[in-house]
Design a protein around this ligand. Structure first.
Ligand SMILES: [Fe+2]
Length: 172
């Protein structure tokens, strides 16, 4: 673990290690959210992204190998905070609205992951480490696609919820 950064390469390795912790946290969070999702289609979407996340973890580990460095997992307090926030909000939420909270937590996490990979890809390209940049770009593209799917579902579910609450009370 670095005590003090003296080169861009050291910062890159530290951030790559944070990305590894981020993905491991993300996998735990996705598994947790999947078990709490009420709609089967949401559970399926989270399961699908959990599978992608396993591949992303392998990609990040491979980046260390390509750089000839030992795999390290630097801290990633942001993802731990997002997971904690999601879990505590779900506890306080009526079951009929849990999916909205699950989707919000998933989307917030994806956007953080996108920002992390955008920086890593930029730095890997600047260093001329094409293989590393390519693996990180694969992860970035999966995160962007996942965020898009989560956002589409969140929009649809929130509109359905508002339409339902606006509807006059009918017999059920
Ligand atoms: Fe992700």
């Amino acid at each position: 673990m670095f005590e003090h950064f003296n080169t861009p390469e050291e910062i890159f390795s530290f951030k790559l290690g944070s990305a590894l912790s981020m993905e491991r946290d993300s996998l735990d969070m996705l598994t947790q959210l999947q078990s709490q999702a009420q709609r089967p289609e949401l559970a399926d979407l989270l399961r699908e992204h959990a599978d992608e996340t396993r591949q992303q973890i392998a990609n990040v580990e491979q980046c260390f190998q390509l750089l000839g460095e030992e795999v390290n997992d630097s801290p990633s307090p942001t993802t731990k905070g997002l997971a904690k926030e999601g879990a505590s909000t779900i506890k306080k939420t009526d079951v009929s609205l849990v999916d909205d909270v699950v989707l919000a937590g998933a989307l917030e996490t994806e956007h953080y992951e996108i920002a992390v990979y955008e920086t890593l890809v930029m730095n890997a390209e600047a260093r001329g480490t094409k293989d590393v940049a390519s693996l990180l770009r694969q992860n970035l593209e999966q995160e962007v696609a996942a965020a898009g799917k989560i956002k589409d579902m969140a929009q649809r579910i929130s509109r359905e919820g508002i339409a339902y609450r606006k509807a006059p009370h009918q017999e059920r």
